[in-house]
Design a protein around this ligand. Structure first.
Ligand SMILES: O=C(O)CCC(=O)C(=O)O
Ligand SMILES: [Fe+2]
Length: 284
């Protein structure tokens, strides 16, 4: 794999291989730039099985008329045929054994230990195992996601967020023109002020000169530091070929804080709902 560039700009994005251990080189890259891409961690058959499991969960949730899952609002848009389409699933491993088994596969053990020796999968904590399905078509509720860091909750309490690693599995082939994850390499090492004000949380979407596009193949796994500034760009395509699916597995340490259908909604979800409402009100 490529050595880390001695300059301040990242000139080449390496695709690493996930082995039984995170290598010193992978660790150094993550420390320096705040993210890693592991190529082909899941097989096409596994991605297909996960996608089918999510369709089943969707069918069940829609039949039940669910609007919330454990206090988290469900984002439901329309698919390309006008049918209901869940665009952000939360707590999926509580509703699908396929997902629950998959995220426990031993191949992910080095990633779990990278987060923390005592890290566990938070099936029923935070937002659980989340699956995003971005789609760019007229009925879509979720074609993109504005600039943010995932440390908002800590900033809200005026404390500097600690390293938190987001582990995402990517279902689709995503080239830069098809939207996808954009991040500013190295921005996880910024100070408190930049983390608060470098961009307007969730409202700004414009490309940043320093951003890179995370291009993925089906089955790739990414790890990114939640303190990085990142966004999800909309696809330039319209309809089914714009679909991008990402599954995030929460590895947590600290006290066990389970949620259930009687849990209240965390404040940061009200922000997202408010923004979507504003967008609809503005007719965009
Ligand atoms: O879909 C992605 O890859 C990123 C999603 C994200 O940044 C988030 O949900 O906080
Ligand atoms: Fe994020």
């Amino acid at each position: 794999m490529n050595a880390i560039a001695p300059t301040d700009t990242l000139t080449h994005v390496p695709r690493f291989t996930l082995g039984p251990e995170i290598t010193p080189e992978q660790r150094a890259f993550l420390d320096r730039w705040g993210f890693l891409i592991f190529a082909g961690v899941a097989s096409p058959a596994e991605i297909e099985a996960l996608a089918a499991a999510l369709d089943e969960v969707q069918a069940r949730w829609i039949a039940e008329g669910r609007r919330w899952v454990y206090g988290i609002p469900l984002t439901v848009g329309k698919d390309s045929d006008g049918g209901p389409f869940v665009q952000r699933f939360a707590f999926t491993s509580m509703f699908s054994d396929t997902v629950r088994r998959f995220v426990r596969d031993p191949r992910f053990e080095p990633v779990r230990r990278l987060v923390g020796e005592d890290a566990r999968i938070g099936d029923d904590e935070k937002d659980g195992v989340v699956v995003n399905r971005y789609l760019n078509n007229p009925g879509s509720e979720y074609p993109r996601l504005g600039w943010h860091t995932d440390g908002l909750r800590d900033l809200f309490y005026l404390r500097m967020p600690q390293q938190m690693l987001n582990v995402g599995l990517h279902f689709d082939e995503i080239t830069a023109d098809n939207g996808g994850l954009r991040l500013i390499p190295g921005s996880h090492n910024q100070g408190f002020f930049d983390m608060c004000f470098r961009k307007l949380y969730f409202l700004q979407h414009a490309p940043d000169p320093a951003e890179i596009a995370v291009e993925t193949m089906p089955g790739d796994l990414t790890v990114h530091d939640g303190r990085l500034w990142h966004r999800v760009a909309a696809s330039t395509r319209i309809g089914p070929t714009s679909l991008r699916r990402s599954m995030y597995v929460p590895y947590l340490s600290g006290p066990y804080e389970p949620k259930s259908d009687t849990s209240s909604t965390p404040f940061y979800h009200h922000i997202g709902r408010g923004l979507r409402w504003l967008r609809r009100a503005a007719g965009r």
